[in-house]
Ligand binder design. Structure first.
Ligand code: NAP
Length: 240
């Protein structure tokens, strides 16, 4: 039977690479894109490379868009085997606690947390139709209390409260959803791609988007004995 994966924010960067790698592994990949034309362009390129791909319009802050995407996946595929919650922003005006704009905090939580939760909740009915669904939430070292709390760590110097705290909330979503779904066969984990060269990560970042994608792909393709409710990077399990 065909296995189906949806990747949110798959128009560029790490999300696009996650989609490519899952497609190369044989999944039908649904390219989540808020701009349908850009989603179609990525799907077309993948199809030309022999990957089974289609674009799905998905703006994670728009409940109508989320509902339509969930309905379409139910109608066209009847199930969803992998959901990768990749779409995220570092909003304009983000900064340290003493300087962050309230609008930036709201924007970060709107996209990175509320959008992720609403997308996941809307797709749970089709994920439950899979025999072994996997949910992967893209997180970050900047969400780690262990790393940000270590004055010797580079993470302690990055002043983006909206981004860091919204991704810390994503970690809690991961743990709580794993608890809710324990025993169902659905595994839920967080992936830290490391600092990758993308629009978000900066083009001088040390890792390629493909290298960053690999950990999410590994968590998306876990066997039945795989972990749930954990955070992983290339090096293995991470402390929260
Ligand atoms: P990116 O290049 O900025 O790409 C972000 C993707 O999310 C784009 O496809 C973007 O769509 C989409 N997106 C943003 N807001 C959206 C919304 N409201 N609805 C739907 N899609 C939306 O970022 P990236 O570097 O690839 O990051 C991917 C993930 O990895 C993120 O969760 C990020 O937090 C995480 N991460 C990245 C790094 C890094 O160094 N790059 C490190 C740690 C964690 P558009 O193309 O329409 O803008």
């Amino acid at each position: 039977m065909n296995t189906v994966a949806l990747i949110t924010g798959a128009t560029k960067g790490i999300g696009r690479e996650i989609a490519r790698q899952l497609g190369e592994a044989g999944y039908i990949v649904l390219i989540g894109a808020r701009d349908p034309a850009r989603g179609e362009a990525v799907a077309k390129e993948f199809v030309a490379d022999g990957i089974k791909a289609a674009a799905v319009q998905l703006e994670v802050t728009d409940p109508a868009s989320i509902r339509a995407a969930a309905a379409r996946i139910a109608a066209e595929h009847g199930k969803l085997d992998v959901l990768v919650n990749n779409a995220a922003i570092i909003p304009a005006g983000d900064g340290g606690v003493s300087e962050v704009a309230a609008s930036a905090l709201r924007a970060a939580f709107e996209t990175n947390v509320i959008g992720l939760v609403e997308v996941t909740a809307a797709l749970l009915p089709v994920l439950r139709k899979s025999t072994a669904a996997r949910i992967v939430n893209l997180s970050s070292s900047l969400a780690s209390f262990t790393q940000v709390g270590d004055p010797a760590s580079r993470m302690s110097t990055v002043r983006t409260l909206g981004y860091n705290s919204s991704k810390a909330a994503v970690n809690m979503v991961t743990v709580m959803l794993a608890n809710e779904l324990r025993g169902t066969g659905i595994l839920v984990n967080a992936a830290d791609p490391g600092n990758c060269a993308t629009d978000m990560g900066g083009w001088d970042a040390p890792r390629t988007p493909a290298e960053g994608a690999a950990v999410a792909v590994r968590l998306a393709t876990l066997g039945p004995d795989g972990p749930t409710g954990e955070s992983h990077a290339e090096s293995g399990r991470l402390p929260w």
